[in-house]
Design a protein around this ligand. Structure first.
Ligand SMILES: Nc1nc2c(ncn2[C@@H]2O[C@H](COP(=O)(O)OP(=O)(O)OP(=O)(O)O)[C@@H](O)[C@H]2O)c(=O)[nH]1
Ligand SMILES: [Mg+2]
Length: 606
């Protein structure tokens, strides 16, 4: 009594723990996953979840019973065997192949039907054979006929089986499909074997090898130490002649099979089988979850970040190469513009003459048919540089953007992230208007070049700033200094001085020389070299475009990382709960083993 109370309390605790795991797993499976998990693994987990939920229901119901599925090829006598066990013709048998097309469950009246999954209840026959009160025997459709639906039905109920009775006949016991199915489930299910139609083998011992011994050998090779195999002649046990003749074919073990089912498979054994199956289901679950976890953690995001940065740099470099060739083509315009700018910044009369001269020369060199068209001297530098984009052509930037996205996807795929996972989001965040993007980058680069060139630092810039001040100012000072020398000679020198017309040179020579000298010095020091200018533009473009592109695409990596971390945490939590349940079962096993040892010692002491 006390033992059953303990058993009950353990079962309800196990049910609670298992329910928690099942709920958590269900929540996780039904949540929307952005991460590209292997759909086959998810489907398998979904199936295992169904089994866990079924086990929770069974534990909660407090009923100890097992589901025994009769599995085998068509015509081996599965339905006949069920009829023999039931002692009445409940399942249709016949010569027509296949005969059974629906699942038929033979259930004791004491078992509530709602604790069984719907797949097992396509057809149900209730009975009151008390010796089979805790065993649901299921006649399944065959596994090898042309009716593929039969195979599908069998597969759908096999996960709910606690014991599989693999039935063969002298001709059919090691077929490929049956053997594959057996291999797939043999780690998770208890298996016993029945060689039916044994009467057909009797008397043929001389003609060939005995199929039962051959099958036993195959099973031993498969890892079974002492496989449980029964030879039966089910048809004999269903016919009425058994009552009269009462001589079954020699070697028939139908009664042993019955005995095993009815007496040897007691409550303790059933619990042990269920527990073993549950442990295997939980382990399988954990295996799948760990596989998903490995998939998540195997993706090296820092390395993907590195690869993406390299892709972006290459893409920027490609664009820059086009810029360089455009600047080279346009270097005359740039040169003129920069010289013009340099001259504009220098004050003084000489600078004004040079400006006028340049303007005059240009208007003569290219007499504009329409004077409203600005010459390249009046062109704004930004327009000049941004003219690059139309010169590249419409399709260039579109292809450039496409190529960039494809390269990023390729790198992601190389790092284990399937293209389908990122494709949509990458295309969404990619600037559709690459023209606008590059225009903005070019403007920024110009601003950078402007700062670098005209407001730069270093000795040359300082000197330039100092000298730039001189023309138009220092020349006047020099002129007046010359004039003051003349005045000194006129009024303070001891020798009398007669002023003449040539004395005007006292003013003009220093004024002119200083103006010319300071102008040329200021001009030479001014940054008017197109190469220097474009190198500043390109430097700014490289830096600005790389960081702007990284801002766009790098955000995807942060999103991937946070998605991954969420998934990793969720999976770890489920795995932890799973291992808690496994631990509880193991602990319980050890407790029972410890108690058993204690009793043996007491008996020995007596
Ligand atoms: N000789 C002999 N025939 C048997 C035995 N058991 C079944 N049969 C016959 O084999 C044929 C097929 O039997 P079923 O029970 O319908 O076989 P099944 O495995 O259920 O076949 P499916 O429903 O098609 O999967 C029937 O004609 C049975 O009478 C047996 O022990 N000995
Ligand atoms: Mg059948």
């Amino acid at each position: 009594m006390s033992s059953s109370v303990l058993e009950h309390s353990f079962s309800s605790r196990l049910a609670r723990e298992l329910e928690l795991v099942a709920d958590k797993l269900e929540q996780w499976i039904s949540a929307e996953h952005k991460w590209p998990f292997d759909p086959t693994l998810l489907q398998q987990l979904q199936q295992l979840l169904g089994l866990l939920k079924h086990e929770v229901q069974r534990l909660k119901a407090g009923k100890v019973y097992v589901v025994i599925v009769l599995m085998g090829g068509t015509g081996v006598g599965k339905s006949t065997l069920l009829n023999a066990l039931a002692g009445q013709p409940i399942a249709r048998t016949g010569l027509l192949r296949p005969t059974t097309r629906q699942v038929l469950a033979y259930i004791h009246t004491s078992l509530p039907g709602d604790i069984l999954p719907a797949q097992l209840l396509e057809q149900a026959v209730r009975h009151d054979q008390d010796i089979l009160h805790n065993k649901v025997i299921v006649d399944a459709p065959d596994l090898d006929s042309r009716e593929t639906e039969n195979y599908r039905r069998l597969r759908s109920i096999l996960p709910y089986a606690d014991i599989v009775l693999y039935i063969g006949s002298s001709e059919k016991y090691h077929d490929r499909i049956g053997w594959e199915l057996f291999r797939e489930f043999s780690r998770r299910k208890a298996f016993a074997f029945v060689l039916n139609r044994w009467d057909e083998c009797v008397g043929r011992e001389q003609t060939g090898e005995r199929p039962d011994l051959d099958w036993l050998r195959d099973l031993e090779r498969e890892g079974y130490e002492h496989p449980l195999l029964f030879r039966t002649s089910a048809r004999y046990w269903t016919s009425s002649e058994k009552l009269t003749t009462a001589v079954p074919p020699p070697g028939d073990q139908f009664q042993e099979l019955r005995q095993w089912l009815e007496a040897e498979l007691g409550e303790k054994e059933l619990l042990a089988i269920r527990e073993k199956n549950l442990v295997e289901t939980l382990r399988k679950c954990a295996e799948h979850l760990e596989q998903l976890l490995r998939g998540l953690t195997s993706i090296n995001l820092p390395s993907l970040e590195h690869a993406w940065k390299a892709v972006l740099e290459r893409a920027v470099q490609q664009f820059i190469e086009r810029c360089e060739s455009y600047f080279y083509q346009q270097h005359k315009r740039l040169d003129d513009y920069l010289r013009e700018q340099a001259t504009k910044q220098i004050p003084g009369w000489l600078s004004s003459i040079v400006k006028w001269w340049r303007g005059w020369r240009v208007s003569r060199a290219a007499p504009a048919p329409d004077s409203s068209i600005p010459s390249y001297l009046t062109t704004h530098l930004t327009d000049l540089v941004c003219d690059l984009l139309p010169s590249l052509g419409d399709s260039y930037l579109r292809h450039w953007g496409e190529h960039l996205t494809n390269q990023l996807l390729e790198q992601a795929a190389n790092h284990g992230l399937p293209a389908s996972f990122l494709e949509e989001s990458l295309r969404q965040i990619s600037p559709g208007d690459w023209n606008g993007f590059w225009k903005e980058q070019l403007r920024e680069a110009l601003r950078h070049a402007h700062q670098g060139v005209w407001q730069g630092h270093g000795w040359r810039s300082w000197l330039h700033r100092a000298v730039k001040w001189m023309p138009g100012r220092l020349s006047w000072l020099a002129g007046f200094l010359g004039l003051s020398v003349l005045l000194y000679r006129m009024f303070f020198a001891a020798a009398p001085y007669n002023p003449g017309f040539g004395d005007v040179l006292y003013f003009l020579v220093p004024w002119f020389l200083v103006e010319v000298l300071s102008y040329f010095l200021a001009y030479r020091l001014s940054p008017h070299d197109w190469r220097e200018f474009t190198s500043h533009v390109i430097q700014g473009l490289r830096r600005g475009a790389s960081s702007a592109l990284w801002q766009i695409y790098g955000s995807q990596l942060s999103r991937i990382e946070s998605d991954r971390n969420n998934e990793v945490n969720a999976l770890k939590q489920i795995l932890e709960q799973l291992s808690n349940v496994l631990q509880s079962i193991e602990q319980r096993r050890q407790e029972i083993a410890a108690i058993k040892r204690l009793y043996v010692r007491q008996l020995q002491a007596k």
